[in-house]
Write a protein that binds this ligand. Sequence first.
Ligand code: UDP
Ligand code: MG
Length: 336
Amino acid sequence: MTNGLVKSGTREQNGAMWADVDVTIVIPVHDEVESLPYLLEAIAKTLIASELSYEIICVDDGSTDGSAEFLKEQALVRSDLKAVILRRNYGQTAAMAAGFNYALGKAIVTLDADLQNDPKDIPMLLAKLESGYDLVSGWRQNRQDGAVKRLLPSKIANWLIRHTTGVNIHDYGCSLKAYRAEVVADMNLYGELHRFIPALAYIEGARITEMPVRHHSRRFGRSKYGLWRTFRVLMDLLTILFMKRFLTRPMHVFGLLGLISMVLGTAIGIYLTWVKLVLGQNIGNRPLLILGVLLLVTGVQLFCFGLLAELLMRTYHESQGRPIYRVREVVTNSVQ
Ligand code: UDP
Ligand code: MG
């Protein structure tokens, strides 16, 4: 079955179909109607010249400026465009996740709809991907956004992310990235997590690199974000850190901390009992007593938390049939 119906389904529904297309371009769109015609043209021009088979998936994320209508119209007349219209505004991460779900390409490239990223960079990213990487991230060396409000928070956020996740790239915020389809296929994205895709992919063992890309200032419309985003990004960073450390063995961390705390608490308890019974001193007014009790209670809590987290992680992995490892390839000469 290779009719249009099958092709418009999700990756799961299509099974093997997705090997047909070399690259899927995924674009989240929120109120970008002026940019869209230029964007679609620029992408088509570059990719036709590169002789790759491609599809463009524009995900309309609750636009109110006519972007959805424009995309629907275009999708009916262009064979290279698929319009996915979300029911309301869910945010850039959700829009990208929707795009990934409908993508059929062997490789996936994401970029913004506002013409700030340059489609001319796509073939270069894809070539780099081919040379043996799972993810190639764009690096806006010449970033064209307002200085203090955008660049400084972004510098700090990038520094923090780089030092906490261990993924050594400069610009996490750049939407222009290329991935092998497997990398994003089973990734669960929440909150502002799209900028942590490299970190999430790294946890799953992906080979990651970066390349300088062009960046232009916005021609139409306004940025959808302000300073508030920095805060949300930081909260998501905590989630990532937690996942990185504890995803498979939470008990190793919480159980150990709990045990240490309990042992210390018990030791203090024994010491105070000895002071009371053998030396006959009053222990009711000693700060050490409070410390001992606190350590014991905290210890028990940490330990229980570790056990619960362990159960949760099992549910997380098993409910999705998610193995705790990722296989890059299997090599064998047997026929079976
Ligand atoms: N976007 C979206 N949903 C939103 C906010 C933004 O799909 O709720 C899209 C937006 O249309 C653009 C991309 O995400 O294609 C990046 O947004 P923006 O250019 O405002 O971010 P900036 O480049 O300023 O970081
Ligand atoms: Mg932008």
